[in-house]
Design a protein around this ligand. Structure first.
Ligand SMILES: *Cc1c(COP(=O)(O)O)cnc(C)c1O
Length: 397
């Protein structure tokens, strides 16, 4: 097999060609190696491969050529030395967090997290003797004050789900470096194109590839990116022996997703910006939060930290939960779903779905009110989407 070597490609080029390995047939499209295992020419060859004296694949729980292509392409995009692909985004988050600490260590995390991430921090880690503290991620004093002698890890998501708050990644990284702790960033909402946590000083980046990387609502996947030493020392054995491995079929789907990622994210961001501007002047809307708008409370930080806005818009419909439900039920093109990053526009009411497990107080503290909805903008014509929104708001009020 022959591989493409890294050149100084721009992201769009790396996403079409990066990491490609061709078999003896010279196929154009990335090959799907849907295989569990690999055969050896001799017993000696098997022995050499197990000893690590000869390169090659052993078993798809360890590594697989199609999964490897996906990992290499993600490394090029992120500017990371190494990566491990996982079966879902949560497999990536939980592995990155659990492999960074041991019993007796302390973790500080920003409070506004994807629901399952919050469960890992609040429930799972303490069960194994790892202390955790949640802070308001936008308040640097809270990060600072949460530090204990045994703090080893900082975890954050930015922009956050669903209220699109932004955490100052460089400032958190500076704090962490001062105490030799590590920073793990869940970069799903920004996408690898709009924000580069490693360049901002973070040590580990995780994605749910289920979202924009697939981008067409087909399969689950995840990926962890970092320096080679951290992955060798912390993830290598965990992956081999606990098996959160990505299916080769899903890796192949995600590789094809990466080819069109820049086109999709650019279009979805542009449409989301137009929709946010439209909603901001609509009388049935109480509040619009969009990282690309000047009235975002953290517009300065966004300009420093992000290359573009977001494919998501968060807004409050007048009339609380009843107003939001009436609006959702009247939508025609935009479908009700808790997923995001899809070619199809999807809308959710976080208070009763993705964040229903939080107490009312906890929800309000991260800005989720009765009328709050989160819209993931798809690839439909933006005029059709705005018409759908206007018609539903008109009928609902
Ligand atoms: C969806 C999501 C996850 C979890 O990803 P899955 O692929 O669904 O397991 C984690 N973090 C964020 C920010 C997400 O949006």
């Amino acid at each position: 097999m022959t591989g493409e070597t890294k050149r100084n490609w721009k992201p769009a080029t790396a996403l079409v060609h990066g990491g490609t390995t061709r078999s003896e047939f010279g196929e154009t499209s990335e090959a799907l190696f849907l295989t569990q295992g690999f055969v050896y020419d001799s017993a000696e060859a098997a022995e050499a491969r197990f000893k690590g004296e000869e390169p090659g694949f052993i078993y798809s729980r360890y590594a697989n050529p199609t999964v490897d292509m996906f990992e290499r392409r993600m490394c090029e995009l992120e500017g990371a030395e190494d990566a491990r692909a996982t079966a879902s985004g949560m497999a990536a988050v939980s592995a990155a967090l659990l492999c960074s600490v041991r019993a007796g260590d302390h973790v500080v995390a920003a409070r506004a997290l994807f629901g399952s991430c919050r469960w890992v921090i609040e429930v799972l880690m303490p069960k194994y003797g790892i202390e955790t503290t949640l802070v308001d991620g936008t308040n640097m004093d809270e990060w600072q004050q949460a530090i204990r002698p045994n703090t080893r890890l900082f975890f954050l998501e930015s922009p956050t789900n669903p209220t699109l708050e932004v955490v100052d990644i460089a400032a958190v990284a500076k704090l962490a470096n001062g105490i030799s702790a590590r920073v793990v960033v869940d970069n799903v909402f920004a996408t690898p194109l709009q924000q580069k946590p490693l360049e901002l000083g973070a040590h580990v980046v995780v994605y749910s590839a289920t979202k924009h990387i697939d981008g067409q609502g087909r399969c689950l996947g995840g990926v962890i990116l970092s320096d080679k030493k951290w992955i060798d020392d912390n993830l290598h054995d965990y992956f081999r022996h606990t098996g959160p491995s990505l299916s080769p079929f899903n890796a192949w789907t995600l590789l094809k997703g990466l080819e069109t990622l820049p086109l999709r994210v650019r279009q979805q961001t542009e449409s989301a910006g137009q929709i946010a501007d439209h909603l901001a002047q609509h009388k049935a809307i109480e509040r619009v939060i969009y990282p690309g708008r000047k009235d975002h409370p953290q517009a300065d930080l966004i300009a420093r930290q992000m290359k573009g806005g977001s494919t998501l818009v968060c807004f409050d419909v007048k009339g609380g939960k009843a107003g939001a439900f009436a609006f959702l039920n009247e939508l025609g093109i935009i479908r009700i779903s808790n997923n995001l990053g899809d070619a199809k526009s999807l809308i959710t009411h976080p208070g009763t779905t993705t964040h229903k497990n939080l107490s009312e107080d906890a929800r309000v503290s991260i800005g989720i009110l009765g009328g709050t909805v989160r819209l993931s903008v798809g690839l439909e014509d933006v005029e059709d989407l705005i018409q759908d929104i206007d018609r539903a708001l008109g009928k609902a009020s």
